[in-house]
Design a protein around this ligand. Sequence first.
Ligand code: PHE
Length: 500
Amino acid sequence: MSDELKLTILRKLDSEGLIENTTATFKDVSVETILGALKSLESQEKIAYDTLTTEVWTIEAEGKDQLENGSYEAQVFEAVPPGNEGISIEALKAKFGAKANLGQGKGFKNKWIKKSGSNIVRLVDSITDQTKADLETVHQTGTHPSKDVIKDLKRRSLIKQNKILSYAVRKGANFSTELKRQATDLTLEMLQSGAWKSAEFKKFNFDSLGINPSGGHLHPLMKVREEFREVFFETGFEEMPTNNFVDSSFWNFDALFVPQQHPARDLQDTFFLKEPAVANSLPDFWPVVRDVHEKGGYGSIGYRYPWSEAESKKLVLRTHTTSISTYMLHKLAQQPYRPAKYFSIDRVYRNEAVDAKHLAEFHQVEGVIADKNMSLGSLIDFLDIFFKKMGISDLRFKPTYNPYTEPSMEIFSWHEGLREWVEIGNSGMFRPEMLRPLGLAEDVRVAGFGLSLERPTMIKYGIDNIRALVGHKVDLGMIEANPACRLDKKMGKEVFQGRV
Ligand code: PHE
């Protein structure tokens, strides 16, 4: 925006006190340019202005001809020679075309001319062309003092009314003829130099629409996670803290009654930490865990192998969030009995070959329910309700093996597209060999289940390669553009698969 116009406005206000009508004052400047300058000056409170709508009459095409060449009646009059002979109507038509009729009609009315046989003759020697004079007045002033004239010219389609925006400008609270560059920010330099004291700050424009934020879009995994969280909260679960990605083998395996020779504890399956490689100490009750592995108890004969404390201290990237469930169950057991429902949704790590369906890290959705009346039947009941809330209604259960649950069940759901039963999760009743050393009483039953977060997300968003969802190849445009997730209820048959 040119400062020149702004300065001109300010100087004019300074010398004249106000500008009554900007269009009249700045004839060659467009209304848009003037408004821009006024808004800028107003934001600095240098001026204030009111908008005026002026109604202006302008000359139409037919009017222009008559303004330049005289009214049609005058043109016709001039074409009629003086004397009794006059001019033939045909000759006038040939000369003026369509204008001839209009001009004659008005000439008859004005008593300037008359018909004589097939000719037109003059009635007067000279005329005053009032129409032309009126058009001249409208052209010069945008209006005419006589309302009747305006009405007449308008009826004859010689003039048209236009609305013109204009502004009346007066001095503002901060009026001056100087234009200072306004500061948009309070800077460190301004504070240090003291320049802030005399600086003029640009005002906030709270009416501005702003620009679309380029960030702040949720990843699809986070949206589906939210869906799961809602279902958990709805069904009375508490969220477990999952911010420890590194855990001891004790919490990840031993406390879950996973024997130290189990293939899951192999380098091939689990990421072991190099630095630091081992935990400083084990929780106090570790001998109870050792004993159940070595000798059994609570009705079990145990695994009957020499349990190693060193093996148990090895640090791993947690391979499942069941390590956290175990820790939370131990904490629960230290308090007076109460039933509990815990859930978590967070990352776990497995040393797997990465392909289109598998990553070395993924999210696990996990829930545990501890209650004296908990049974396999109530777990099945609960899973039915839980998955129905996620839009999945046909469930089947298949016996399976987990070191820490007995019985254990794989959860299957009917996939309409594939027309087959697909695995969606794993579940079971935790074994006494796990629960009793944690300190839980004999009559407290604990059920648990787990599934992956990636699988339902991929199905929901139609992603068939997991690397398009997680990792450095993820297209940020996809994240920005993807819809807010609702695991729509008709997805029921569109099943997702858990990993065990
Ligand atoms: N830990 C199991 C897994 O890794 C899930 C599970 C949790 C199974 C609780 C049974 C009970 O998939």
